[in-house]
Structures are given as C-alpha cells and as structure tokens.
Write a protein that binds this ligand. Structure first.
Ligand code: LMR
Length: 401
C-alpha cells in the first residue's frame, strides 16, 4: 500500500539534536534547538517550577481525571491576563476566550484550523522571511497558502521595515498576518514601538487579520509586560485577533506541552460562539489537553510569591544569555574577525541570526562538531563560559577561510 510514498526529510531542528547526541566528539556544541541550558550545558528546571511541582505532587485532592475540553479554567484565565494585562479592556468587556493547547505548536495549529473553517475562504497567510521552521507547515497542513513578507535585512542585520510595510500593503485585503509578539525566531530582531504602530496602520487599512505567536514572553526584555506590548497595543486599537502562547521556554516546560490560544473578539457574544467552535475542534483532535504542565503554570501564575520568584528565574535565563552575547561579541572583536558583529549584542531573545552562510555552517558542523541551522541561527542558550571561546575560534576560522 505505501511502497510508493515519498520519503520525507527529517525535521531541520530536531534532526540537529539527534545528530548532536550521536556525535562522540568531546567538544561538540549544540546551538540548534531553542532550549535553555545552564552554564554547565545542562537543561535547567526552574526552581519555581520544582516548588510548584512538589506542591502538586503532595496535593492529595488532585487526581488524573480528564481536564475539560478547553483545559484548566484558572490556567486559561491566568494566561489571558499574562498576555493581555489584567487591566485589559477586552477582559473587562468579556470579549476574550481561550483554549489550553499542546504548547505553542498546538496553539498555532488550533488557531490555523479555526481560521480555515470560519475565516474568509481562499485568503493567504503571510509569514515573516525568515520565520520559525514550523510555521509554514502548520498552516499548509490545514490548507492555507503561505507567502512571505520581508523582514530581515542582511545588509544591517536589522529589520527591513520598508520592505515589510510594502509587502503588507501589497497583500490582498483580509490576509492573515503572522506576527512574532517578541523575540523574533530566528532573527532576534523585533520592531520598535513606532514600527509596530506603522505595521498596525497597514494591517488596519488593509483589513488584515493579526495572528500573534508569543513563544518567548519574558525572554526579549526580561520584563513580561514589556514583551507583551505589541499584542496589547493591537488590542487597545480595537483589532480582533488571536494570540498563541507557549510555556516551553519561559517555564522550561518543553516536554509538558503547556500552551494557550486566546481570541480577542468584538463582543461577548462572538467570544461565546468562537469558544463553542474551539471546543468542538479540540474534541475531535485531542479530546482534552494534558494536565500536569498546565497545573504547574497555573500554580505559579495564580500565586503572587511564586509569580515573583518566576520573574527572577526568567532574569537568570535572560541574564545568562545576555552574558553569552557579550562574551561571543568580545571574542570576535579580539580576533578581529572580518565583518561587523554588533548584531550579536543588539539582537534579543534566545537566538542570534549570525549572518553565517550555509557553506560556513557546514564547516562548523564537519570540522568543529558545532550544530546550528543552515540559516546561521544560533541558540545563545547553547553557549557557556566553557565553550564560547571554542565557538568564537571556529567562527573566526570559517569567516576567514
Ligand atoms: C526552535 O525554534 O528551536 C524551538 O522553537 C523548538 C522547535 O519546536 O522548533
């Protein structure tokens, strides 16, 4: 039956992890997947997560029954407050609804699936060039055509705001526009507030639909509210929109798949209707979302002391990443490596878009056992005080040869 089906290529990001794990070279470095590591190169269970998890394990009132189809209610409510702000007018007007999802991927998928059923037919989805490797497949899987809008300007390793605005203007009216709420993946380049305003102006005038993906709240500025600024700005301007949240990175709950999809609608009646259809779609896909990760997030978001501790844990992660940016930059400057490297310290979030070419990445992999995606993206969290010099030496070599 299936002898003739085409062999699919392995996933670009997770294949790097597998190849890295299989590599027996002592100094190997994994800068592929966006997953936080401590300075010893080890995964980090956030202390606040350990505390919350312990309390959950000791709570004899909890059981392993199904969650409701749309997930744990206090988790969803806290997720809405986290992204929109507790004083959001949309919350006060009860025109918001949310579904707990299988992390950010599940939120993107459920959002895309919903739009494929209930939004205008035949509209394309515009994603930034470049974007997260999984965005196009998620939309393509539910039948959307995806197109690129200009984003990264390799000449200054910054935002191509003119190209971006021109592409959104040229897009057919009512297009779906995927926007990274903060800490853009893979470039680490975010629009400024003024640039967001200009983006919102075009989206409004062309009646586009804003589809926010927020996988790194707390990683861009280290401040949860500041990182949600763009989403809140669009809400205050009166857009109907959706936003996907992942708790993989900011809680380090990668494997627990805790996420949320929030819709902001015109009124409470539309929110109730959307909610009913989300429940119907979710039931047919996963019946109900997993409990453990959502319970951890729920406990932290709804307890002021744990919440305060979480913000400190976030600073530990973003602080270490900042130190690695500086260390890498300093070493490249010391080496007088040809090119400009300011973007390493100017870019934000978990990634740096180094500007290395695929041919240079190949040498890094083959000669130095350093793993990164072919587009030159590095996960800064994979660098540590013990390997940053090795990496800088390797970059210096590939740039010069
Ligand atoms: C990444 O971009 O490395 C992460 O978001 C992990 C993933 O799922 O691709």
């Amino acid at each position: 039956l299936f002898q003739e089906i085409p062999l699919a290529p392995p996933d670009v990001i997770f294949n790097l992890t597998a190849t890295y794990k299989a590599d027996t070279f002592a100094q190997k470095v994994n800068l592929g997947v966006g997953a936080y590591r401590d300075d010893g190169g080890k995964p980090w269970v956030l202390p606040v997560v350990k505390k919350a998890e312990q309390a959950i394990v000791n709570d004899l009132s909890l059981d392993h029954e199904y969650l409701p189809i749309l997930g744990l209610a206090p988790f969803r409510e806290a997720s809405i407050r986290l992204i929109l702000g507790s004083d959001s007018s949309a919350i006060k007007e009860a025109r918001v609804t949310a579904a707990q999802t299988i992390s950010g991927t599940g939120a993107n998928h459920l959002g895309a699936l919903f739009l494929s059923r209930f939004y205008l037919k035949g509209v394309p989805v515009y994603v930034s060039n470049p974007t997260w490797a999984n965005h196009k497949p998620i939309f393509n899987n539910v039948g959307f055509e995806t197109r690129d809008y200009a984003y990264f300007n390799p000449k200054n390793n910054g935002l191509d705001i003119d190209g971006l605005l021109a592409d959104l203007k040229a897009a057919p009216e009512n297009s779906i526009i995927l926007l990274h709420a903060c800490a853009h993946n893979p470039t680490g380049v975010d629009p400024t507030k003024d640039q967001w305003k200009a983006i919102a102006d075009v989206i409004e005038s062309k009646k586009h639909f804003p589809f926010f993906d927020c996988a790194y709240q707390g990683f861009a500025s280290g401040d949860l509210d500041r990182d949600a600024w763009a989403v809140r700005y669009f809400v205050e301007r009166g857009f109907e929109l959706l936003v996907c949240q992942s708790y993989a990175k900011n809680f380090g709950l990668y494997g627990q798949r805790a996420g949320c999809l929030t819709f902001v609608l015109k009124n409470a009646d539309a929110a109730a209707r959307v909610s009913s259809q989300l429940a119907k779609l979710q039931r047919a896909e996963i019946s109900n979302p997993p409990a453990h990760g959502a319970r951890i997030v729920n406990k932290v978001l709804n307890d002021p002391d744990l919440y305060a501790e979480w913000t400190e844990n976030l600073k530990t992660m973003s602080g270490r990443i900042g130190n690695m940016r500086k260390a890498l930059y300093d070493k490249l400057i010391q080496h007088k490596t040809p090119g400009t490297w300011e973007h390493i310290i100017n870019q934000i979030g978990m990634f740096s878009f180094t500007g290395l070419k695929a041919s240079q990445v190949k040498v890094l992999k083959e000669k130095y056992h350093i793993y990164l995606t072919d587009n030159g993206r590095i996960s800064m969290a994979g660098l540590s005080t013990s390997n940053v010099e090795y990496f800088a030496d390797a970059v210096n070599y590939v740039v010069r040869n």
